[in-house]
Design a protein around this ligand. Sequence first.
Ligand SMILES: [Zn+2]
Length: 391
Amino acid sequence: MIRMEHNDSAGSQGRLAAAIEALPLVDHHVHGALAGDVDRAAFEVMITESSVPTPPWMTQFDSQVGFSIRRWCAPLLDLAPPCSAEEYLARRHELGNAEVNRRLLAAANVDRYLIETGYQGDATLGIEQMVAAGGRPVHEVVRLEAVAEDVAREDPDAAGYAAAVRERLARQATTAVGFKSIVAYRHGFDVDPSRPTDAEVRQAADRWLREVGRTGAARLADPVLLRFLLWEAVDLGRPLQLHVGYGDADLDLHRSNPLLLTPWLRQISDRGVDVLLLHCYPFHREAGYLAQVFPHVYFDVGLALNYVGARSAAVVAESLELAPFAKQLYSSDAWGPAELHFLGALNWRRAMTRILGEWVADGDWTLDDATRVATMIGCTNARRVYGLPAS
Ligand SMILES: [Zn+2]
C-alpha cells in the first residue's frame, strides 16, 4: 500500500514536470539578448544589478546566478557541469555570442517574448534581431519615460510638449502590446496620485525643457511629468507595467514598495486598465496582497528568480500565497546575456514543479489543478491580459 502511494506520487511528479516543461511560456517582461561579445569585466557587471566594476578581490560568479550559470548553462555550451567561471567564459568566447544566444534562447523554450526596448538598447538585440535569434514571435512594450525624453530632444517646445507626447503615445499604442513606467526609479511610488492639471504639466514641461536645453541631457525625473505619463497611459487603456522593487542602484528600494501606490491604484480602479507589477522582490508578498484586493492588479517575480537561483522555490512559494492564480504572470526580466533568458525560464519551471509537486504529494492539490495553475501563470494569463494569440 505504501509502495503504491509512493509510485503514484512519483508518477504525478513526473507528469507535472513534463507538463511544466512543455508549457509555451510567455515571457511578459524581458529585454534583448546581448548584441555582441563582451569581455569578462563587462559580463560580470551584467550578471548583477550592481553597475560598478567588480572589485579585484571578488567575482560576481560567486553568487546564486554565477553558480546557476556554471551548473545549468555549462552543458548547453558542451561543458561538463559544474565548470569553473574561467572555463565557461573561454568556451563562451570560443563559440561566439551569436551561437550562445541561439543555444540558450532555444533551451529557454519560451513561446513568445514581450520586449521592452527602453534600456541601453544599443548593447542588446532589437525586436527584429530577437525574432531572428530566438525564432519566436516578439511583441513590443514601450517605456513611457523614453517616449517623453525622445520628444523633449526632438521638439523642445514647452507649449506643444504635452500634446506631442500624447500624440506619440497614441501612435505607439497602435503597435505596442503595452506600456511600462519606471516612476519607481525616477521618483518613487510616494508620488501624488492625482492627475496633474494642464497648467501644472505646462509649467513642469517648461522648467524641464529649459534644463534639457541647458544641459543637453534628457532624463525625466520631474514628478508632475511622471504622473502626467502614468495618467496618459491609463487613458490609452493598454496594459501598464510598473517596475517594482529590486533593481539597480539608481533606485531607492524603500520607495518602490507597491503599497505606496495604493491611493493611485484606487483612483484608476474603474478605468479599465490592467496594471502589472514587475519583479516585486522583496515586496512580492505586498504585490500578492494588491493583486488579491484590486481586480486590475497583476504581478510577477521575474528578475528575482535569476538572482536567487537555488532559492527560487522559496520565492515562488511566497508568490503563491495571497494572490489569485489568475493574477500572476511569468517573466525573466533578462537583459543582455542570454544566460538570463534561459535561467529565468529554468528557475521558474523547476520552482513551480517542486512547489506544486509538494502540494500534490501532500494531497492538498490535485495534479490537474497544479497543471492548470502552472499553465495560467506560464502563459494563459498573459495571453488574456495582452490579447496575444495562442502559440
Ligand atoms: Zn526589465
